[in-house]
Design a protein around this ligand. Structure first.
Ligand SMILES: [Zn+2]
Length: 524
């Protein structure tokens, strides 16, 4: 989170000197997406273990795209707060290992309460796990959950008294003096939500001239600081209503602030919008920690702060630097594969779907290709020579986590889950955006993420509070180390983890007495 560098000194370390800041934290795998990152933080495992390989993937059995949380069990249904009637059925059933929170509850006698909030089901559910006291997300203007998870009266009350639509008509204006912003007024190549242009202030009024909240308003709201504040308020209400942190067990509260991601897609990382949303998120986090200090007591809770992924600069913006950057058009790649196989007695179409980096072939096509080295080499060359492609990997190269010196091959191997992942995997060149829009058509978003380069993999990891040894730490770590660190603090065992406890940031028993002395703090 580079933005911390420019903030005043007292904001650099959460709570002054009490936090541990890991400066070189990055996901080591390729699938840098929301569902994957949250499942990794939650379980301490990589996607090759936890099985959440993407936000959506091609289900070979169903022959259709599925989301990581869609649950085909007919007895499961999403339910809405405040009278909402959401569609769908979402749970964490596809997550192959338990979350840290589930293990905590299971191994400590069941007194743990598990409460999560996000705008996205794939964040709220993966952080919670397979069951929880509350796992709540936002859909179609309302807070929702599903029948597998508990509903809570305090969420119903908050959904009624502070609905998102109450922010209709508000305006997102810059919160700092204009000279504090690093980037120009308009982000090059940005694609704002409908009803907004490229300059501040951004009005939350839906499509122009509507008088009631419409779908454009909810898109604007989700891309604004008001959504972060709504999540913070829900988290604070949870602490109050359930007495989190003060009952018999160790409670688990997780909040995934989704707006940073939406704004990253729309305006890119080099925008006033992303800077301003982080300045405001910092204030929301400050409010939440102040609330926890007041209700639970400082030192009685431990916090981990991280992100599920980064974002690549908008290609048109990056091209200004003279660097090789561009858009890798996946429909063009698909067409190249079909042409390569055209005269070789393969089904038409041979490709079932390309989603993200993953190429899925029609049933039996890949098996046939594996036995047909000529056709396979045509396909590999057809993909490999498309503009913006750096390499193509085959499923059999990634299986069983092979020992390799190639960082990108290792990254794809750590993302590979048999049965769910694709048959072939496209590695774009650095700063080339994988895009499903056909060439020549305008993109519906500015930029994205999902590849094994540092701009997508590098994220903040900060720990603070009970048992944490403050300081800045420079050894390379991954967000999969968060759950094992919490497990060490709580004295529990995770079933299968790929991370390790961040021992250097844990206080040793001999240090605990010293730590109780007043610690100098840079906070006012
Ligand atoms: Zn995203």
């Amino acid at each position: 989170m580079q933005q911390f560098r420019k903030l005043p000194r007292e904001k650099r370390n959460l709570h002054g000197t009490t936090g541990a800041w890991f400066r070189d934290a990055a996901y080591p795998y390729a699938a840098t997406e929301t569902c994957v990152g949250h499942a990794t933080i939650s379980t301490g495992a990589f996607p090759a273990t936890h099985g959440m390989v993407a936000n959506t993937w091609w289900d070979r059995k169903e022959q259709k795209m599925v989301t990581c949380t869609s649950d085909p069990d007919p007895s499961v249904k999403n339910i809405g707060y405040a009278g909402a009637t959401p569609k769908g059925a979402d749970t964490a059933w596809r997550m192959a290992v338990p979350s840290f929170a589930e293990e905590l509850k299971f191994q400590t006698g069941g007194a743990t309460r598990i409460v999560t909030f996000s705008l996205k089901a794939r964040a709220a559910l993966t952080m919670a796990g397979h069951k929880a006291d509350a796992a709540t997300w936002f859909d179609g203007g309302a807070w929702v959950t599903s029948t597998v998870y508990g509903t809570q009266p305090f969420i119903e009350e908050q959904a009624k008294s502070h609905p998102a639509k109450a922010d209709f008509g508000k305006t997102w204006a810059l919160s700092l003096p204009e000279k504090e912003y690093w980037y120009g007024e308009k982000a090059l190549g940005a694609v704002p939500p409908e009803g907004w242009d490229l300059t501040f202030p951004h009005p939350l009024r839906g499509k122009s001239s509507v008088s009631e909240p419409d779908s454009a308003f909810y898109e604007q709201w989700a891309s604004s600081p008001y959504a972060d504040t709504a999540l913070t308020e829900l988290a604070e209400k949870a602490v109050d209503a359930l007495n989190l942190g003060k009952a018999a067990g160790t409670d688990f509260l997780a909040v995934s602030y989704s707006s940073v991601d939406y704004i990253g897609h729309e305006f890119g990382p080099r925008s006033r919008e992303i800077q301003d949303i982080l300045v405001r998120l910092d204030k929301d986090l400050g409010n939440l920690f102040a609330h926890l200090d007041q209700k639970v007591g400082r030192g009685n809770y431990v916090v981990a702060l991280s992100a599920d992924h980064g974002v690549v600069p908008i290609p048109e913006d990056m091209q200004k630097t003279g660097a090789d950057a561009g858009v890798l058009h996946l429909p063009e790649v698909q067409q190249r594969i079909e042409i390569a196989l055209e005269s070789l007695n393969y089904p038409k179409p041979s490709v079932a779907r390309i989603t993200g980096s993953d190429v899925y072939f029609a049933p039996d096509v890949y098996k046939k290709l594996q036995a047909d080295s000529n056709a396979m080499s045509y396909v590999l060359v057809a993909i490999g020579t498309a503009p913006g492609v750096a390499a193509v990997y085959r499923a059999e190269e990634l299986r069983d986590r092979p020992a390799t010196q190639t960082p990108t091959l290792r990254a794809f191997a750590l993302s590979y889950f048999p049965g769910r992942s694709g048959d072939l995997f496209i590695l774009p060149k650095p700063y080339w955006l994988l895009d499903t829009t056909p060439a020549g058509k305008p993109r519906s978003y500015g930029t994205g993420h999902g590849v094994p380069y540092n701009y997508d993999q590098h994220v903040p990891v900060l720990l603070m509070g009970f048992g944490i040894q403050p300081g800045q730490y420079f050894q390379p770590i991954t967000p999969a180390d968060i759950a094992p660190t919490f497990a060490a603090l709580c004295g529990i065992t995770l079933s299968s983890r790929d991370g390790h406890p961040l021992a250097e940031a844990l206080r040793h028993p001999s240090q605990k007495t010293a730590a109780r002395k007043p610690v100098p703090t840079a906070n006012p």
